[in-house]
Design a protein around this ligand. Sequence first.
Ligand SMILES: [Zn+2]
Length: 505
Amino acid sequence: MSRSGPEGRSTNQYDRRVPETHHPPCAITCHGAAGEVTGSCSLLETPAGSVLVDFGLFQGPRSSEWRNVEPPPIDFASLAAVVVTHAHVDHCGRLPMLPRLGFRGRVYCTEGTARLLPRVLRGSARLQRVRLDEFRRGMAPEAIPIWTEVGGEPAIPTAEPAVEPPFLYTPDEVETLLAMLHPLPLRRRGAIGRGLAVRFGHAGHVFGAAHAIFDLEGCDRAIAVFSGDVGSPHTGLLRPPDALPECATLVLESTRGDRLVSDTPDPDGDLAKVLEEVRSNSGTLLIPTFALGRAQQVVWRLAIAARHGRLEGLSVYLDAPMAEFALRRLDEEPEQLAEPLRTQAARGGDPFAVPGLKALFSRKQSLSIAARPSSVILAGAGFCDAGPILHHLAEGLPRPEVRVALSGWYPEGSLAWGLLRDCTHARINGQTVAVRAGIRRLEGYSGHASAEELVTWAKSGPAPPQRVILNHGTDSSRAAMASRFEELGIASQSPAPGTRLEYSI
Ligand SMILES: [Zn+2]
């Protein structure tokens, strides 16, 4: 079905009497996030119908963004259902294109994800409009790292060829899609039709995140599990992932497939050190923040720091309205939190209580505290490519008493990527500033499991998966994971985008 509509329709009309050799019972095609970490989109074909799992945005340079415009070769009208694992845009950001592509069915997700998707997708549509308007008025955000010889003048980089940002869907299309959402409680089975069902297991990645488990009538194990993004049990914020059920095929993310758990030593210690640097010289700590996941991690660690007196004399600002929204969702569903935080909440405590934390909701408020002395400022966007973090960086980077705390993965060539590689200057919205601020890397804040943790999770069920398909990782990450599975005697594949993998169940 990934190649043609008629073939897809014939699988929907599957007849159990047809010899299996002529009609392989299942197939999986990764149409995105195959050899990369954005654009998640996989097709599961089963004897009881086909399901799209995730429909996320390709992110990165403008050329990547334009890949979002061209839909994968799928007969969307014949899909039995769409399933979304979590509310990060690289997994859900193309969902509002579905009605226009002919899909009319249900979009299954967890109840937690359903609470976030309206905000995330409406925000995505609004952002596309704003970016296009800014581009056409010649005001597109600019954030470029520059390296200059000592004593030399910073060379202003030549502007990239002007390419408009793509505009993918309207606010009305978002509302149409939101009406198609069908939330399921965690671990509860939802019938897709003709003997096919989906259920969600807690993934411990971000609020609401789940792995999607597909069951087919007559099969004594799951026919497929799509991991979505898997959280690290060592981050300590969310409940660890549910054990993997017995399954024929596991489609496993491998974002950090080449990283070991020992890469994440001491998140509280790292933060304590940089807070002390800032307190001792009345400086500013700038933390570029992803709204969903990283922001909650950092606020929780700041709450711990506050209890140890490490925020004395510092003001804390959360300059990311979506981050504040997602934080309040965790208050509503404490069962998603790790055990110590659940206990704290059950006793009436607030694991996210940072005394004096001020959430900001307008550009005017944001500008009024630009890189303010004796403060900690969490601001979006996490990649430092847009949003209020840009004006904080423009103000703060030239000042030696400022610290910028970065963690996780950044696109090559981005300002955050350059800051971690000692760029001497930065070009931000037409202004060239010297980088005199201290750049610090915080470890232990990733929402993704390490290689060891991924393998441990893959082995957490009553029996290992019969086969593993590796996606959502670079080719080197997937290769590292593949060799680990080979050592365990588990067959794995790392398909190129669009490669259809058939298997029996
Ligand atoms: Zn994610």
